[in-house]
Design a binder for this molecule. Sequence first.
Ligand code: PXL
Length: 425
Amino acid sequence: MNVLSIGGSDPSSGAGIQSDVKTFENHGAYGFTVITAITSQNTKKISEILPIPVKTVKSQLKSVLDDFQIDAIKIGMVYDSNTIKAVHAVVKKVKCPVVVDPIIKSTTGTILLKKSAVNDFKKMIIPLATIITPNKKEAKILSGHNSIVKAAKKIQEMGAKNVIITGSNETENGIEDFVLEETRSYYLKGKKIKIINHGSGCNYSASITASLAMKKTIHDSSLFAKEYVFQSIKNSKSLGKGINITFKKQSDIHKELAHSVVNFQNIKNISNLIPECQTNFVFSKSKPKKTSDILGISGRLVKSGKEVIQAGNIIFGGSQHVATAVLEVSKKFPNIRSAINIKYEKKMIDKAKKKGLKVENYDRSKESRRSKKKENSSIAWGVSSCLRSYPPDIIYHKGDMGKEPMIIIFASDPSEVIKKILLIQ
Ligand code: PXL
């Protein structure tokens, strides 16, 4: 998954494109950058801003877009009208989700969008936005309204498809965001941490950008971004003499699963392999003891026309069924830590056998009535009943009364799972 950040350089790496690359990587994405301005700043102040010549902004955009398929773009700091025009001319032609994070003033008080450029920003950058993510102050500056709902509606009228106003309401311990989608609106509640920090706004919009690249919904993307930012503030560090710098290190297993989910979504004709009960893709900590030690997708990977959409987020305990299968297999074969379920097709089983994969199966109708009654027991019973002395690549069953047939592919990690899908598809 390839995500591009267009914005300013921050040598403290707390905000701007440096921080975006870290956020993208934490989401399992590869981060590209186009620099619009070089700021000189630390945790106390911004001492200089040098806009990059328009010709060079354009040539950076051309270099990236000529060579790479970009799955989502974030637009951050665009300091002046010339930069805005250059970014507009190029990004309007790109067909991928665009997140606009209106960068107007830094936490330390410096202007990052020239006053003379605010009108061009409204005319040319806002209409590019699949989602725009102003905080309360920025929403007021862009819309002229104090009321959150009125501000969001006005910004939507300017051309942003969806508007999220962060920090729309704050209490002693809580912080709420207002989300205005195309056909609905709602508030998302979250916990507040009282640490003045550098980077949380950038982390939020970069997280949303990576999630849109994964074809997540706006609701799931914003929920995930909220939790991501909470953790990054909680974990923030006092690295300099001024305000804290946000910090988040996503676990390697999370990154690897997120990356492989996107590779799965991008397999040609993959929607044909999604069963009625949808798909989950899991990756376990080593030596799991329970399903909550295993990462899975809290909703599922669902078929939507020819596309596969990620419904929900990657969390521990996100899967019951596929995670239970991994739990059972890993008791005997601790190297098996990842799995996915796909639709049963005889031709795939035949192909797997031909390619030398280890294929086992069980018959659900043979499960005792007592076992069937226990929650989630069928998978545990079935999988453990067909294990042999070597680790399985595939376990399938042909269903039972009202139960859909299913294939589960196992491997040591998610990228090995993907390789096996490609082998038998
Ligand atoms: O946090 C907003 C922001 C974004 N981009 C750059 C910045 C800042 C804040 O200082 O410097 C380059």
